[in-house]
Design a binder for this molecule. Structure first.
Ligand code: BGC
Length: 719
């Protein structure tokens, strides 16, 4: 449609109609809906009139082509100006075909496959009638107590930015108007939600603007540079002001500085939450703060609907703010082609063809296999088909492996470890649960010990229930539940080769598992095809290649522990360090149990001939780092070659290492490849005390290696 059309439409709208465009309500409020669902939270006691619903701008959480068409059809009958609804939902790691959780996808370091998974998720959701997904979630995470770490790709700003970029591209395709099987993306949660104090969900975030810009903002920016149509605000405060009422974040930074002109939506109920946060006395003040700060859509509370008109009439809010917000929403509807075709991609026939198609399942399986990280392997894996296996643990036949936010994914459709192993072996596998996930210690323990006694090798399938992570899934104890630790203990007493396969949404404290088993495969929540992918890895049909993108702590007391930390003035292990008065714990090492970038394979790789093309770099020129990587083992594998840089002396303290590049290469047995990285002055820039983004001349160390902790180094000078 033309600008003229949208301008004319805006002129025809009454203030009430405009205000209602800024409202997002869940499906049960709409007359055409049959999935009535439950109305919960702040909506329960709100006065939602028929008139408000008829003019509402967007729907939260509707799904299914038939359902969405019915809602839209009814809405268009009721809506005076025939303005179609926007259908938004949380399609995070799949719609019906469920991919591994994002933290697992991060561990694949496979941008191409991550993009493909987003594309498939978009396709399935778009033919089911959805227009916008509340993804990608790109919050940088350093605290595994926070349940939502599973929604992020990890602790590194650069890597998160890379994943943000490809996910947006995967969801949105090339052109939302022509591509009916793409979705608009909504990057979230702006900003710094990942830094909630103590890992407690919805908690305060407090950090300097420099840290915000240096570590937390780059991934949101990358998503916007890739064209994300929307941004969702976070629940938390940033420097004392809730993100949803934070003018500095929204108007000054997002709109002015970054030039974002898409739609800004609050998180669920977050406008009204400014009252308990204590920056608004009542709903009217909350509405005033949110609109002034730049928020367009209010999700699931009605402060705008109840008070914006009055605020404008009283002269407290400029009417132009309302017009601008409405225009942005109309523009998004137009970009999605909704004025031409309000039903867009919704198509029951395509739904039947696409949802959970073989092709989609195959991609889910490939990504699941690439997302698993082999943490330990002492001569047990890969298993041999002739070995007698006992499969023990709550996840042996457990189907809760899709993880939080798995939309229409059904656990019934998930391939369990047992099913995956039986598919491969063509025979029954001996199984015993041995323990429930949490309670019920001792369930079936005797049976587990019996079958384990008869086996050559024991596979323990252990983990967290999906609701133990995700939103509102914070934990102070990040070990496996006691019941499972007891099971591990009992099984380990048999002295047989034992492999643990772990299902979880966060880095765990693995004491009690890592020391009592011979091999540990971190499978995360691997999605629909999880068990099939795991069987491929256990039997060596696929060689593990995933590497951690979030450090695994030695214990919860070490948290936060992350690789790109500072040296401090009293670093442990320095040549002149004292014994006691150094930055350390008396009862724990400083280093994590498993660092960022770590993961084993069934083969080994040698890194040699690491060199730089010069020992100086001039701005505007480039430097090449080269390293030769050889597969020194007997099987083919994928290796993730990592490049880190350290700025030796900065104006402000600089991290000991920062990821600046990586390459995933395939090497046959005995094969070598030379991997090249280009280093530019731009990569060396950081936010100075005055927040300027510049580099400092001087010495830099370049590291390459298979993980952040196992590196070779070279130095150069920036002149
Ligand atoms: C979550 C968001 C999500 C929204 C809508 C909120 O509780 O924080 O990530 O997009 O709900 O479902």
């Amino acid at each position: 449609m033309t600008d003229q059309f949208l301008n004319d439409l805006l002129k025809k709208m009454t203030t009430e109609e405009k205000v209602a465009q800024l409202m997002q309500l869940a499906t049960p409020f709409f007359k055409g809906a049959s999935n009535s669902g439950e109305i919960t939270g702040p909506m329960v006691n709100m006065n939602i009139t028929d008139e408000l619903v008829e003019n509402t701008g967007s729907v939260l959480g509707a799904w299914g082509a038939a359902e969405i068409k019915a809602i839209q059809e009814r809405h268009l009958k009721d809506n005076r100006l025939g303005i179609p609804l926007l259908m938004m939902a949380d399609v995070i790691h799949g719609y019906r075909t469920i991919f591994p959780v994002p933290l697992a996808i991060g561990s694949s370091w496979d941008l191409e496959l991550a993009e493909k998974s987003a594309q498939i998720a978009a396709k399935e959701a778009a033919v089911a009638g959805i227009h916008v997904t509340f993804a990608p979630m790109v919050d940088l995470v350093r605290d595994p107590r926070w349940g939502r770490v599973m929604e992020s790709t990890g602790e590194d700003p650069y890597l998160n930015g890379e994943f943000a970029r490809v996910q947006v591209r995967g969801f949105q395709g090339k052109n939302l108007k022509d591509d009916m099987e793409a979705l608009a993306a909504c990057v979230k949660h702006f900003a710094a939600y990942g830094a909630a104090e103590g890992g407690r969900d919805y908690n305060t975030v407090n950090m300097s603007e420099r840290d915000l810009r240096e570590y937390y903002l780059p991934a949101y920016k990358a998503a916007l540079d890739a064209g994300s149509e929307m941004v969702m605000t976070a629940f938390n405060t940033v420097d004392g002001i809730p993100a949803t009422g934070n003018k500095k974040l929204m108007r000054d930074l997002l709109r002015e500085e970054w030039g974002f002109d898409g739609v800004l939506i609050s998180d669920w109920g977050a406008v009204k939450e400014m009252i308990p946060h204590g920056i608004a006395a009542n709903e009217k003040e909350a509405a005033e703060k949110a609109i002034k700060a730049g928020l367009d859509i209010e999700m699931m509370t009605t402060t705008y609907a109840s008070h914006l008109k009055e605020l404008i009439e009283e002269g407290k809010v400029d009417g132009s703010l309302l017009n601008e917000a409405v225009m942005r929403i109309l523009e998004l509807k137009d970009k999605l082609g909704l004025f031409e075709n309000p039903y867009r991609g919704a198509d029951e026939e395509r739904e039947k063809e696409l949802l959970l198609s073989e092709e989609h399942r195959n991609t889910a399986k490939e990504l699941a296999a690439k997302s698993c990280v082999l943490l330990k392997n002492e001569h047990v894996l890969p298993l041999k088909k002739e070995q007698k296996v006992a499969l023990v643990g709550p996840f042996a036949e457990g189907k809760d492996i899709l993880g939080p936010w798995s939309f229409l994914g059904s656990t019934d459709e998930a391939i369990t470890v047992k099913a995956g192993m039986e598919q491969k072996l063509g025979e029954k596998v001996k199984v015993a649960k041995g323990s429930d996930i949490e309670a019920g210690e001792g369930t079936d323990l005797e049976q587990a010990i019996n079958i384990a006694n008869e086996a050559d090798v024991i596979v323990l399938a252990l983990g967290e229930a999906s609701e133990m992570s995700g939103e509102a899934g914070s934990r102070t104890n990040i070990k496996l539940p006691d019941a499972q630790l007891k099971l591990v203990e009992e099984i380990s007493k048999l002295g047989k080769p034992t492999v643990a396969v772990l299902f979880n949404g966060r880095p765990l404290d693995l004491q009690g598992v890592i020391d009592k088993t011979d091999a540990v495969l971190e499978a995360w929540f691997p999605g629909t095809e999880g068990g099939a992918a795991i069987a491929d890895l256990l039997y060596g049909d696929v060689n593990p290649s995933g590497k951690l993108t979030m450090s695994f702590p030695q214990n919860v007391g070490q948290v936060p522990v992350y690789y790109n930390h500072f040296n401090t003035g009293r670093p442990k292990g320095a040549p002149d360090a004292q014994i006691r008065y150094v930055s350390q714990y008396l009862d724990s090492p400083n280093s994590p149990l498993f660092p960022f970038g770590y993961g084993l394979s069934y083969t080994t790789y040698a890194y040699d001939q690491f060199s730089l093309s010069a020992n100086t770099l001039h701005a505007g020129e480039t430097l090449t780092a080269q390293v030769n990587v050889t597969n020194t083992g007997k099987v083919a594998g994928d290796e993730i070659v990592q490049l880190y840089i350290q700025d030796k002396v900065g104006e402000v303290v600089r991290p000991l290492k920062e990821l600046k590049g990586f390459e995933k290469i395939h090497l046959g047995p005995g094969e070598s490849k030379t991997v090249e990285f280009t280093i530019t002055e731009e990569q060396l820039r950081y936010h100075h005390a005055d927040l300027s983004l510049t580099s400092d001349p001087g010495e830099f160390t370049v590291y390459v290696g298979p993980s952040s902790a196992e590196v070779q180094e070279q130095t150069f000078e920036l002149v």
